[in-house]
Design a protein around this ligand. Structure first.
Ligand SMILES: [Ca+2]
Ligand SMILES: [Ca+2]
Ligand SMILES: [Ca+2]
Length: 214
């Protein structure tokens, strides 16, 4: 397990180095998104796109303003549910091709007096560990990662690592979006290649005819 994780991370750095140069036609494509607005409120072990995977764990779907708690819009998730066992909250399975990806989400403190922590991962690869003070407002969290091989797994928010897990007061989560960020079309790669060749020719001309360029 740990070896697989290490392989992915090493592969990620190699790939990141390759794609960090000019990428004229890179565009983002949304692969997964969930604003939880279609989920009914209450303590849950599953929502439309997520499942709580730990024994007795639960989340609460709350509506903006319920119990005085804020959502970014519509409904959102309290990661520590009414069963008093905080959740490992995992998305449905997603298969990603090799490439670079951006996971964004809105996360706030519990707003109820306690400090909480959540570990964020994709397919078992930890992306972040985020601690929120109680009254931290919603922050847009941006995680970037790269995969060297096709990978299938879930986006997971693990609130059980919180020092105050199991008190029914968890971090609040909204607007989870996963996008690919390095989709290069074959045409743009050819354009990039011809641009580099043109640049090389220009530099050669400068070297041979310096006076002609002032
Ligand atoms: Ca929402
Ligand atoms: Ca808590
Ligand atoms: Ca709760």
């Amino acid at each position: 397990m740990f070896c697989r994780v290490a392989t992915h991370i090493v592969g990620a750095f190699v790939l990141a180095a390759v794609v960090s140069g000019p990428a004229p036609a890179a565009h983002a494509a949304t692969i997964f998104s969930d604003n939880f607005n279609e989920d009914s409120t209450g303590a849950k072990t599953s929502t439309t796109n997520f499942t709580v995977t730990n024994l007795n764990g639960s989340i609460d779907v709350i509506a903006n303003g319920d119990f005085g708690l804020p959502c970014v819009d519509g409904n959102c998730i309290d990661l520590d549910g009414a069963t008093n066992v905080a959740a490992v909250f995992a998305s449905k399975s997603i298969t990603l091709s090799p490439g670079s990806y951006t996971l964004t989400f809105d996360l706030s403190g519990s707003q109820r007096g306690d400090t909480n922590k959540v570990n964020v991962s994709f397919a078992g690869i930890q992306l972040d560990s985020i601690t929120s003070a109680s009254y931290d407002p919603y922050k847009l969290i941006i995680e970037t990662f790269s995969l060297a091989a096709t990978t299938t797994g879930s986006i997971t928010f693990d609130e059980t690592v919180s020092p105050t897990a199991g008190d029914n007061k968890g971090q609040l989560l909204d607007d989870v979006i996963l996008q690919s960020t390095d989709v290069l079309e074959p045409g743009s790669l050819a354009l990039l290649g011809s641009g580099i060749m043109g640049l090389a020719f220009f530099h050669r001309r400068r070297a041979r005819f310096p006076a002609a360029n002032g």
